[in-house]
Design a protein around this ligand. Sequence first.
Ligand code: SF4
Length: 209
Amino acid sequence: MIYDCAKCSIHACRSGKLDRLPKNCPMRAEAFQKEAFAEYEKEENHDFYVNSSCIESEGYGQWTRMQEILEFCRKMHYTKIGLAFCIGLRNEAKVVDRYYEQHGLEVVSVVCKTGAHDKETVGITDEKKVHPGQFEAMCNPIMQAKAMNAAGTQLNIILGLCVGHDSLFIKYSEAPVTTLVTKDRVLAHNPCGAIYVYDSYYKGKLQDQ
Ligand code: SF4
């Protein structure tokens, strides 16, 4: 079954009007729905889920993402968090590190370039570098995750990791991961900008790519 919620305009899931389910609605897969709901009952998920939902309502429209993460840590009684950041956001990382430390959290921060291995180490050819002909350190998201695992962080924050590097970081992180900043080098780390103008000013530009 190909689910297609993105094209749905009924949104019976939101209204609770279950007599109006579209043909390819995932709610028709009752076995999966049951399986999913059973997972929320697990000890490892229950408080995590309930607290994150409470954050949504308590700070709705008032708390920034940065504050929401702090409030979530408070609810979960976390004391040690990880900050996996991009070298391009090193100044922002200083602010984020200071913010959480000022609010009583221990922050383990690891930059993407840790390891100082040239990109050619993993088979990226010189012409595929951003600046060919010179040393260019590869991002090392697996090491970022392993360092945080070793430090025993309870929640890891992504600050601007590259597409795919973020996926590997999430894959190797033992602690749950949340994103504070999603990198977009063109749109000042606001990927929604492309979405908002997709059908207007950027139409030709984005669709031709
Ligand atoms: S879950 Fe069903 S009702 Fe909700 S958006 Fe998807 S298809 Fe539509």
